[in-house]
Design a binder for this molecule. Structure first.
Ligand code: DGT
Ligand code: CA
Ligand code: CA
Ligand code: ZN
Length: 584
């Protein structure tokens, strides 16, 4: 059983115990152990074998033996017992934003709520408002949460999709009968969220691969199984969530056509087929052939050959949305898209001075080991008490710590002094100007009063990014993908103001945010706004999220030159200096 699945089971056990009203310390032990498994420095099986798992902080003796049991036998009677005590639909209630184990327990006891349908019915009939500790406002929030869940459907985040698809790809690519294999669909296009997983392979005998696929231990249910395709459900990362995975096999000379077709998007495919028809060619997922004479086939070894056959440059998957890519590919004007290796450093990272997990030094070393030349710290500002925002005194202490660290690096690496400064309700900033003047750069973000009117929120953000000390705007809409809707804001007005004042806009690379979206980033670039890709990292591992930000930038047609943090450190330092309090 793989590590992520074991972590999920421990998390579920902790949750069920919470719903049962178990001692909070006991519940937390399960969640902590799950967390520890996610951050494991090595391979679980190896760490069990060499005894190092027992040393991992967060995994106590009881949990240790449960993990070993799951890893070695794939089963845990204690878990099965807990599941049997829980109504099957109950944990799915956790997916409603704002509903946690405590609320589930209370509602289950007061109203015998066992499923989403029960919850909706109770909220609609006003019964929840009458439960002790709930009230009309909570009831309205629950209804809103159910609505949100329905519109986002069963979609998952990119990081979850990648974690689910990795072992599948490993299995397929490792299978003796497989020639080539690639993930396709929305995952290959690096869409914000993923509906289901699509994997394609080529083989002389696809059926044998599919027969073994449906027998993989992680397969929870087989939805369909034929000679060229199988669909299964895999356990997702939330309680009682399942994710569909479609595996298709073709002959190797069909691979390029199938890869293109199953990568999509649907709109791109339709435009591509039209283009073929205009050339008297018929395109489907297996071949490109003559409309009049089907035996006249155009063989294509790879996608580049297919595009070439239709008079096009290779169109990267991220651009396949029928949003201008055909015109550009035809005239040879597709942009040379930014790549992860182009990033020279990054900004907006948190440390344990505010709500991050790692120290200043650990974050700097983490960035250095990724090959970066510099790292910008952006801990929270004083008003954000729940994230341990820094007071002015703490800011000055941190500056001294950064100076000392930079002295130690002696030019080998550079840490920039920054802040993720709260944008207060009226659009003013959380530090006075004389403090802001001491930072190398300022990220301004909204963290409070999300429910303002669109006009008020727009004014608030425009005022903040017009401030001379604000270098960049953080997470522009405050959304959390699949769990919190964006606040109302006129992004076009924000983009205009950023262009006018020379303020950058961040692509927040966290897979939970990806804010701004690619469509608005593309628009911002056209208006002359400089984009910066920031991970909003709260740990060393969080720096790895930059790849998702690069995905957004690519979907926004951005080149290396469009993104601030691709310049060498000396140039970045000079530019920040020039921007600081830039007498606007
Ligand atoms: P998802 O799964 O909702 O995140 O999005 P996709 O794009 O992965 O969609 P999916 O899994 O339904 O199908 C994978 C690809 O197959 C899709 O991007 C394009 C292609 N495809 C599916 N259905 C159609 C169709 O009816 N017409 C065309 N032209 N292509 C299709
Ligand atoms: Ca899909
Ligand atoms: Ca699919
Ligand atoms: Zn923030």
């Amino acid at each position: 059983m793989d590590t992520a699945r074991i972590a999920q089971i421990l998390d579920d056990m902790g949750t069920i115990l919470e719903v049962q009203g178990e001692n909070p310390f006991r519940c937390r032990a399960y969640h902590n152990a799950a967390q520890a498994l996610h951050g494991l420095p090595g391979d679980l099986t190896e760490m069990i074998a060499d005894g190092s798992l027992a040393e991992v902080p967060g995994i106590g003796e009881t949990l240790y033996s449960k993990i070993v049991q799951l890893a070695t036998t794939g089963r845990l009677p204690a878990y099965e017992k807990l599941r049997a005590q829980t109504p099957p639909g109950l944990l799915a209630l956790l997916r409603v934003p704002g509903v946690g184990p405590k609320k589930i327990k209370a509602l289950h006891e007061a109203l015998d709520i066992r499923s989403l349908a029960d919850l909706r019915a109770a909220a609609e009939s006003g019964r929840i408002a009458k439960v002790k500790g709930f009230g009309a406002k909570t009831e309205a929030n629950i209804l809103e949460g159910i609505g949100f869940l329905e519109t986002t459907g069963g979609r998952i985040l990119q990081n979850e999709a990648l974690a689910l698809v990795a072992p599948i790809l490993e299995f397929v690519r490792g299978h003796a009968g497989v020639i080539r294999a690639e993930p396709c669909g929305s995952l290959r296009r690096r869409a914000e969220t993923i509906g289901d997983l699509d994997v394609l392979f080529s083989s002389k005998a696809p059926a044998a691969v599919l027969d073994d696929f449906v027998k993989l231990p992680q397969v929870a249910k087989v939805l369909g199984h034929g000679g060229t395709k199988a669909s299964v459900l895999l356990p997702g990362f939330k309680a009682d969530q399942f994710v569909q995975c479609d595996l298709r096999g073709v002959a190797d000379d069909q691979f390029a056509f199938a890869l293109h077709y199953f990568t999509g998007s649907k709109a791109h495919n339709i435009a591509m087929r039209k283009r073929a028809l205009a050339r008297e060619l018929s395109l489907n997922e297996y071949a490109l052939s003559g409309v009049k004479d089907e035996s006249k086939e155009v063989p294509c070894r790879d996608e580049a050959a297919l595009f070439k056959a239709l008079g096009l440059e290779f169109i990267p998957p991220e651009l396949r949305e029928d949003a201008g890519e055909f015109e550009a590919a035809e005239t040879g004007t597709l942009p040379k898209l930014i790549e992860p290796g182009d990033l020279t450093g990054t900004f907006h990272c948190h440390t344990d001075w505010s709500d991050g997990d790692a120290t200043l030094e650990e974050m700097a070393e983490g960035a250095r080991s990724l090959g970066m030349q510099y790292l910008g710290i952006g801990d929270h500002s004083k008003s954000l008490a729940m994230a341990r925002g820094l007071t002015v005194d703490r800011v000055r202490d941190q500056w001294r710590a950064i100076d000392a660290l930079n002295a130690k690096y002696a030019g080998e690496f550079r840490v920039f002094k920054g802040t993720e400064c709260d944008i207060l309700g009226d659009g003013s900033l959380d530090f006075p100007d004389d403090v802001l003047a001491g930072f190398d750069y300022v990220v301004a973000s909204v963290h409070s009063r999300f429910k303002m009117s669109k006009a008020e929120m727009t004014d608030r953000i425009v005022r903040a990014i017009s401030h001379p000390y604000v270098t960049m705007l953080g997470h522009a809409t405050g959304r959390l993908l699949l769990s919190r809707a964006p606040y109302e804001v006129d992004l076009d007005a924000v983009i205009e103001a950023a262009a006018e004042h020379g303020t950058m806009i961040e692509i927040n690379a966290s897979p939970y945010r990806l804010d701004m979206d690619a469509v608005h980033c593309r628009r911002a670039r056209k208006k002359g706004v400089t984009i910066v890709i920031n991970p909003d990292a709260h740990s060393v591992a969080g720096l790895g999220d930059l790849s998702y930000g690069v995905g957004v930038a690519r979907r926004a047609w951005l080149t290396r030159g469009d993104v601030f943090n691709t310049a060498p450190v000396a140039q970045v330092a000079k530019r920040l200096e020039a921007l600081r309090g830039r007498g606007r």
